[in-house]
Design a protein around this ligand. Structure first.
Ligand code: UN1
Length: 505
């Protein structure tokens, strides 16, 4: 473990405040202990950012923005290319750190770094494609077009469950758009934040560029609240629960700032009478157990046609019996620990709530007798309208719900407050298209014969309703990080007014 920390340039105590490649440490600020969820032991510590340091970070970032925003976008893209290259070099080590600090299995840890590399590559290309429209003016000898300018300081608050990839979605795109990034990672994965900050800024250190990547750390809500309320942060991108996201959204709106919210999901997979279970069962298992059920895209509900209910239920219980739970660094492991003891208790409480509602836990929900935050993944037979099914328990508990008609299944799939991800397994074209139609799934993501999690970066990522409406990563999500300016140029010698208005002196 010490080798890994050394390889990533981390020590026992790490400065948590970074302006580009320059770190500061206010020794009066407390330490955040990074806890290994597999053992409960402290891995290393990260120093909190003090209020005075926060002010310095903002001032430095504002000065950087004046310079960074003047650099041509393709040159900014080249900087992001260097970041992608540096991440390629550190893929295995950073992936291992994600596994160590977050508890997701090795392949998912490395996959997360791959997701950073993918978005970096995407951003390089996007830097030459910040297109605006041109339009025909209704007035003679006039030209109209839209152009896109950077916003300024972009703040990103990320969650523990994707401690590095979600930063990259935001930071790589925001940077090519000409913004300066300030990141506040989850205190549960503070070491990952420092490691990324070091890799990224070291890659840019000799490039003679202004600083574009800043880091702050805080394990109380104090600094986070200052950050959210700070009018100098022009866009605040927040990933986390619906409850906290609602507060963030309201507070940023109160200061007329912009917000990008990526909040909770209550994602369902529909298995109809025509589903190929060779695809559906592994997709459901990965969707519900991957990252120990701690993705916002985790499969939480399976809506099963009643003719296939017993078959699907039995196949899932059999598959769950084969899930190897243990040290996530061991390549044979399929499910690691949850992030903290409170998360384990929440899964147990969810199992109790199922029983109290008259439902049945058909497997799992038991703590493992070993150190660390381990619990066996649970499956329950449940009803869609139960409170516990309606709320997102951020852990491995899966609800099986029978349905009669596809319309019923779609109605149930949509009858939750969240709207992130959804999927149908069917070999029948009509059912797939019905699910994808305007009156089908109401989610930001709707898949056919693919599970709810594991989206690629090329498509815009995010969801509707209480998921917050934000879109990150690919497609045209870059527009959230820029301001649009409509320009009309009169190259004639008259001054005609729009709408034919006559105003002659
Ligand atoms: C999240 O859980 O916050 O689609 C993001 C997925 C990943 C991203 C999840 N690419 O599951």
């Amino acid at each position: 473990m010490n080798d890994l920390l050394r390889q990533l340039g981390l020590g026992a105590i790490n400065p948590g405040t970074w302006c580009g490649n320059e770190a500061t440490e206010d020794k009066t600020a407390g330490l955040i202990d990074s806890i290994n969820p597999t053992t409960g032991e402290v891995i290393a510590s990260v120093r909190n950012t003090s209020k005075a340091e926060y002010e310095r970070v903002i001032a430095r970032a504002e000065a950087s923005f004046a310079a960074w925003s003047r650099i041509p976008a393709p040159v900014r893209g080249n900087a992001v290319r260097l970041i992608g290259n540096a991440l390629r070099e550190h893929r295995d080590a950073l992936g291992a750190l994600v596994t160590l600090e977050n508890g997701k299995i090795r392949s998912e840890g490395v996959g997360e770094v791959q997701e950073m590399i993918d978005i970096a590559d995407f951003a390089v290309g996007q830097s030459r494609m910040l297109y605006g429209n041109t339009m025909h003016s209704e007035r003679p000898q006039h030209r109209m077009y839209e152009q896109w300018h950077p916003l300024g300081l972009v703040g990103t608050i990320t969650a523990f469950n994707f401690p590095v990839a979600v930063w990259a979605w935001n930071a790589c795109i925001a940077a090519i758009c000409g913004n300066v990034n300030i990141w506040k990672p989850s205190p549960k994965t503070a070491l990952c934040g420092v490691a990324v900050q070091k890799i990224v800024n070291a890659a840019l250190a000799n490039e003679n560029l202004p600083d574009a990547f800043f880091l702050i750390n805080d394990d109380s809500n104090e600094l986070a609240e200052m950050f959210v309320d700070d009018p100098r942060i022009r866009l605040l991108s927040f990933t986390g629960s619906c409850a906290v996201g609602r507060q963030v959204g309201t507070r940023v709106a109160a200061r007329m700032g912009r917000v990008l919210l990526e909040l909770g999901g209550n994602n369902a997979i529909i298995v109809d009478e025509f589903a190929n279970l060779d695809l559906a069962i592994p997709a459901i298992v990965f969707g519900s157990v991957g990252t120990a059920g701690q993705r916002c895209t985790t499969t939480r509900r399976v809506l099963i046609h009643q003719s296939r209910f017993a078959e699907v239920r039995n196949a899932l219980v059999r598959a769950y019996g084969q899930i190897r739970i243990g040290d996530p660094l061991d390549s044979r492991t399929l499910m690691g620990p949850l992030i903290d003891p409170a998360s384990v208790s929440r899964v147990e409480a969810a199992c109790d709530a199922v029983r109290a509602s008259g439902g049945e836990i058909i497997c799992g929900g038991e703590r493992l007798d070993r150190p660390g935050n381990f619990i066996t993944p649970a499956i329950a037979v449940a009803k869609n309208d139960w409170d516990i099914v309606q709320s997102e328990t951020f852990g491995p508990i899966l609800y099986l719900i029978p349905f009669d008609t596809l319309d019923d299944a779609i109605a149930m799939q949509n009858a939750v407050v969240q709207g992130l991800s959804s999927a149908i397994f069917t070999d029948r074209l009509q059912n797939a298209e019905r699910f994808l139609s305007a009156t089908g799934s109401d989610c930001g993501i709707a898949n056919v014969n693919i599970g709810t999690s594991g989206a690629e970066i090329g498509g815009a990522f995010g969801g509707e309703k209480e998921t917050g409406g934000g879109r990150e990563a690919g497609s045209d999500a870059w527009k959230a990080y820029m301001r649009r300016q409509t320009t009309t140029i009169n190259w004639g010698t008259d001054l005609p007014l729009a709408q034919g208005v006559n105003f002659t002196l």
